[in-house]
Structures are given as C-alpha cells and as structure tokens.
Design a protein around this ligand. Structure first.
Ligand code: ATP
Ligand code: MG
Ligand code: FE
Length: 340
C-alpha cells in the first residue's frame, strides 16, 4: 500500500505519496523562500512556525491529488534528520500523529539517503551498485551505493558544502537569496575563462573536497566597483572551478569503485553546467549518468515517500521509531539497527 512522505528538514514543506506498483501518485510542496529572503538566509524559528502553518493543508492536498483516503495508506515516512531540529520536529510530530491515529507503521527517513535515491523516481533509473555525488546546501558527499541502506562514504567536503559555497559567493556578488540558482543564471552571461581560480584538492590523490578557498578567491578578485560584466565573469569562473572539481572527483570515484554508473542528486544537481560537464565525460569515458528531474534535486516530499517505501519494501525500516536528529552521518545507516 502507498506510503505518505513528509519533508520539513529546512525551508520546504512537502508531502508526497508513493506506491510500489503505481509509482508516484502525487506530490505537493510549499517553499518558504520568500519568507527568508529578506534575512538573506533561513531563519530556523520562522521555518518551524511556517511548517506548522502549512503542513495540514499539504497533507490534505496530497491525499486529494492522489484520490486517496487516509485509510488507503500503508505507512507514514518522515524526514528524521539531518536538518534544523525545530523544523524536523514539525514533520515528525504530524507523521507520528497520523501513524498512531491510522495504526500505520512510522518510517524515519535519512534526508541524504532520500536525496540519493531520488533518481529512482525517474523512468530511466540506475541499478545497484552506483556512485552517488550528493551536492546540496549542507552536504558534499561521494558515496558508494551498493543497495538501499548499504552506503560507503568515499569522500566529503572538509569545509563548506558546494551549495553553501554557491550561496556565499552569490552574496559576495550582491545576488538575492538563495544565491545558487541566481549565480548560475548570471554565469550564463559571463566568460568562465577570464579569472583563473583553483580546482581545490585535485592536485593530490583522494576524494575529499574543500570549497571555502574558492569563495575567498572570488572575494579577493572582486574589483572595488565591479560592473555587471565583471560580476558575470566572476560567477562563470567560479562555476567553472566548482564544476570542474566535482567532475574530476566523480571520475576518480568511478575509477576507485569500478562502478559504471554515476548518480548526481541534491540541489546543486540542478546546475546545468555541472550536468553538461558530467554528460560530456560520461560519453567520453563510457559511464552511465543519472539525475533526478530538476524539481526533485532540491528538497521535496517525493524522495521521502520513495525512501520510506524502499526501506519498508526491503524490511529495513526501524518500525515505530519517532526521533529527530540535527546530525546523522550517512555511513551510520548501514544497518537499520544503527538508525533506530
Ligand atoms: P541538505 O540537503 O544538505 O540538508 P538543503 O536541503 O538545504 O541541504 P537542497 O535543497 O538539496 O539543500 O539544495 C539547496 C542548495 O542547492 C542551495 O545551496 C542552492 O543554492 C543550491 N542550488 C539550487 N539550484 C542550483 C543551481 N542551479 N546551481 C547551483 N546551486 C544550486
Ligand atoms: Mg531548501
Ligand atoms: Fe536537502
């Protein structure tokens, strides 16, 4: 029976329903971007309050859209972490309330596991094993994925996450929050070869990343009174440096693991230049490349519903567990016991 997924880890309130036979039945999302824009970043307390204000309407809405009654559901999945604790608790509480009232299993979902399984919602999807590059606002991870719940961390960022680096650099360039997509848009009009930025940590072996130096490089290069072209060229040069770095490390991870498939997920996976570069390499080096559709790169309910369903389908969901956690290393997910 279909699983309802609830996502409230940050600034998106989202719900979706996934069915093993019929696929994704419905998904709804409310983004708080406008609420946080005037502060230049997510304000946790405002996020929690807004989740409370929206969530019931969204749960009703997704059931209507799917043409289902609550009694038709087979489980309630929710994002248990990592994320903003107050925000997570809203989704967890609603999920636990529904699960109790409907006498359904409650399925805690790891937010990054959901991001990495998001390509499974597409018609053209990977098969296990594959390498996943997870690039979001809070994480930069290279993961060997052998199956649902079987993850080995290959590399991660030692400082800023890629999305964070995009957002901070966008701020330096005077772009509105959230800066990542804005910076990418500006970069389209820029010359990415004008400024020479480093490709951090590619000159030595290893699969870890470091992006905070790039942001500093942009800051020190930024002219006193930059004109529009300077800014566009800086944005493009920054984007080239980041996407080159990611592409190089992906290639190394594929080589190291011997896997022939690469999955790219998380908000920065929406970046067109990154997609373009990886597609080029995939053609050249003969690996298969998978992305979630753009809307399922950033936070959404569909990936939570799917991850919850997949965990249950494999009998690997810690049943009845209600918890939230701001920090939760993906590697600890290896056994369901560790997650419970
Ligand atoms: P996490 O999943 O690590 O908890 P998050 O959920 O906030 O973090 P996502 O919603 O997956 O992150 O992604 C948001 C991030 O993606 C932001 O940093 C945003 O700037 C970035 N982003 C979105 N679209 C683009 C784009 N086209 N180019 C670059 N960055 C982008
Ligand atoms: Mg978000
Ligand atoms: Fe996310």
């Amino acid at each position: 029976r279909p699983v309802l997924g609830i996502e409230t880890s940050c600034d998106e309130t989202a719900c979706a329903i996934y069915d093993g036979e019929r696929g994704l039945l419905a998904h709804v999302l409310y983004s708080q971007i406008r609420l946080h824009a005037e502060y230049g970043g997510v304000v946790p307390e405002l996020a929690s309050r807004d989740h409370v204000a929206r969530i019931h309407g969204l749960v009703r809405g997704v059931l209507d859209e799917a043409g289902l009654a609550p009694a038709n559901l087979g489980g309630i999945a929710y994002t248990a972490g990592p994320g903003l604790i107050g925000a997570l608790m809203v989704g967890a509480s609603v999920a636990a309330g529904l699960a109790t009232a409907l006498d359904l299993p409650l399925i805690p979902v790891h937010h990054m596991e959901a991001h990495l399984l998001a390509p499974m919602l597409e018609e053209r999807r990977p098969t296990f094993p594959f390498v996943a590059l997870l690039v979001s606002g809070g994480h930069t991870l290279l993961v060997a994925v052998r199956g649902v719940g079987d993850y080995e961390l290959l590399g991660e960022s030692l400082d800023d996450a890629v999305g964070e680096a995009f957002d901070k650099t966008a701020k330096l360039l005077g772009l509105p929050y959230p800066g990542g997509p804005e910076l990418a848009r500006l970069a389209e009009r820029g010359d990415g070869r004008r400024y020479k930025f480093p490709r951090p940590m590619t000159d030595r072996p290893g699969l870890d990343f470091s992006f905070s130096g790039l942001k500093t490089a942009v800051l020190t290069t930024l002219p006193q009174t930059p004109d529009e072209q300077d800014k566009a060229d800086l944005a493009a040069s920054f984007q080239e440096a980041v996407t080159d770095t990611l592409a190089i490390k992906c290639q190394r991870a594929l080589q190291a693991s011997g896997y022939g498939q690469l999955v790219v997920a998380g908000g920065v996976g929406a970046n067109l230049r990154l997609r373009e570069k990886l597609a080029e390499r995939a053609r050249r080096d003969g690996f298969d490349l998978f992305f979630p559709r753009q809307a399922f790169c950033t936070d959404n309910g569909a990936m939570i519903a799917y991850a919850g369903w997949a965990r249950r389908a494999q009998g690997r969901a810690p049943d009845g567990a209600l918890f939230t956690t701001p920090r939760w290393p993906l590697a600890e997910l290896r056994t369901p016991e560790a997650a419970a």
